[in-house]
Design a binder for this molecule. Structure first.
Ligand code: NAD
Length: 367
C-alpha cells in the first residue's frame, strides 16, 4: 500500500520558516515511528503570484484535491497589499477552502500549564484549558444572498443575509458530534434562537442529529452568553459548535485565552474522500508575520500542532499526535521559549530552528 500523501504549501513570510520545522518532524516520524508520508510541495499566496501571476494555480488546486491532507503555512505580506483583490494572496487560501468544500473549521484552544501566565485571564481559570470550537465555514451571513450596498429612499443601505440550509447545519453538526466522541463527549451548540429564525432551525437540526450520538451530552447556549461564559469559566466546555459569524468571533475570543498567536493550530475538514479520510487542510492561525520574517524568531509550535491535528484527524494516529503534543508541553515546562513567549523574567529566546531542535529531542526521549 502506498504511503498517505501530504501537500505542503508553505506560502509567504514566516510560513516557510515554521514549515521547515514541521518537515523535520515529518522526517522523524518516518525514521523513528515508521509513519511515512509521500510529501510534495508547491506555492501559494504571494510566492505563487511572484512565479505564476496568480495566488494559486489550477495545477496546485488539482493536487490539493488529490492528496490526503494539505499543510499550509501562511500567506500575505506588505509587498502584495496593493494587488488587485482577485490576485491577493488570501484569494489562494479562500480558493482552497471553497473548492475543497472545507465546511468544518476546528480551532482548539488549549492552554499549556507553562504558559498559563500569558493569558489575560487569571491563571486558575485557564490552566489546563482544552476546548475545541467547530465553526461552520462555508455558509451563513458571509455568503448569503442578497447582499450589497443599495440606495433606498436616497439613503445607502448595507445588506447581508444569514442563510442556512438544514443540510449545511447537519453536516457541520456531525463533524462536531464526531469530535465530541473523540474527546470528552460534551457538545455545546451556540446560536441566537431567541432572535433569529436561522438560530431556531440550527437548534432543531442539532437536536435531531443528537439522536445518532446518544453518548454525547448536548447543551444549547445563546452565542452572547457563550462569549461571556468563555471568559468567565471556559473549562466548562469541551466541544462548541457554532455558525460562521459567531464562530469567527468566539474562536478568536477563545484563542486569546491561551496567550500567543504562535501557539494556535487549526484544521478545516470537508466530506470524506473515497478512502474514508476527510478532505482536510491544516494551518496555524497566525499570518505571515512580516515584522519578524527572515529573523529566525518565529514560533513554529502552531504549525507543528497543526501537523499533530493532521495525525489525529486525517491519519488516525491519535497516540502519535498526543506524543507530539506532550513533547511540546515538556519543552515548554522545561522553559524553552521563542521570543513571542518571553515573560518579564527575560532570558535568551530560542530561534525557530532551536525550538525545532528541543522538540525533536523531546520526541527522541519519548521513545
Ligand atoms: P500575523 O498573525 O502575521 O502577526 C500578528 C503579530 O503576531 C505580529 O507581531 C507577528 O510577529 C506575531 N506572530 C504571528 N505569528 C507568530 C509566530 N509564529 N511566532 C511569533 N510571532 C508571531 O497577522 P498580521 O500582522 O495582521 O498579518 C500579516 C500578514 O499575514 C497580512 O498580509 C495578513 O493578510 C496575513 N494573514 C494571513 C493569514 C493566513 O495565512 N492564514 C492569517 C492572518 C493574516
Amino acid at each position: 500500500m502506498s504511503n498517505p500523501s501530504l501537500l505542503i504549501l508553505a506560502g509567504d513570510g514566516i510560513g516557510p520558516e515554521v514549515m521547515d520545522q514541521v518537515k523535520r518532524i515529518i522526517t522523524w516520524y518516518g525514521d523513528k515511528r515508521d509513519i511515512k508520508f509521500d510529501v510534495s510541495e508547491d506555492l501559494v499566496g504571494g510566492a505563487a503570484y511572484d512565479k505564476h501571476g496568480v495566488p494559486l494555480t489550477d495545477e496546485t488546486m488539482a493536487k490539493a484535491q488529490e492528496v490526503d491532507a494539505v499543510l499550509l503555512g501562511a500567506v500575505g505580506g506588505p509587498a502584495y497589499d496593493n494587488l488587485d483583490f482577485s490576485v491577493k494572496p488570501e484569494r489562494g487560501l479562500l480558493r482552497l477552502r471553497k473548492e475543497m468544500d472545507l465546511f468544518a473549521n476546528l480551532r482548539p484552544a488549549q492552554c499549556f500549564d507553562a504558559l498559563a501566565d500569558f493569558s489575560s485571564l487569571k491563571k486558575d481559570i485557564v490552566a489546563g484549558l482544552d476546548i475545541m470550537i467547530v465553526r461552520e465555514l462555508t455558509s451563513g451571513v458571509y455568503f448569503g444572498e442578497p447582499r450589497g450596498i443599495h440606495i433606498e429612499d436616497n439613503m445607502r443601505v448595507g445588506i447581508n443575509t444569514q442563510r442556512y440550509t438544514e443540510a449545511e447545519i447537519e453536516r457541520g453538526a456531525r463533524a462536531a458530534f464526531d469530535m465530541a466522541m473523540k474527546r470528552n463527549k460534551k457538545l455545546c451548540s451556540m446560536e441566537k434562537a431567541n432572535v433569529m429564525e436561522s438560530g431556531i432551525l440550527w437548534r432543531d437540526v442539532v437536536t435531531e442529529v443528537h439522536a445518532d450520538y446518544p453518548e454525547v451530552a448536548l447543551t444549547h447556549m445563546y452565542a452572547d452568553n457563550g462569549a461571556m461564559q468563555l471568559v468567565r469559566a471556559p473549562k466548562q466546555f469541551d466541544v462548541i459548535y457554532t455558525d460562521n459569524l459567531f464562530g469567527d468571533i468566539l474562536s478568536d475570543c477563545a484563542a486569546m485565552l491561551t496567550g500567543s498567536l504562535g501557539m494556535l493550530p487549526s484544521a478545516s475538514l470537508g466530506s470524506p474522500m473515497a478512502n474514508g479520510r476527510p478532505k482536510a487542510m491544516y494551518e496555524p492561525v497566525h499570518g505571515s508575520a512580516p515584522d519578524i520574517t527572515g529573523q529566525s524568531k518565529a514560533n513554529p509550535i502552531a504549525c507543528i500542532l497543526s501537523f499533530a491535528m493532521a495525525l489525529r484527524y486525517s491519519f488516525d494516529q491519535g497516540e502519535e499526535a498526543t506524543r507530539l503534543e506532550n513533547a511540546i508541553e515538556k519543552v515548554l515546562a522545561d522553559g524553552a521559549r521563542t521570543g513571542d513567549l518571553m515573560g518579564p523574567e527575560g532570558g535568551k529566546p530560542l530561534s525557530t530552528t532551536e525550538m525545532g531542535d528541543v522538540i525533536l529531542a523531546a520526541l527522541d526521549a519519548s521513545l
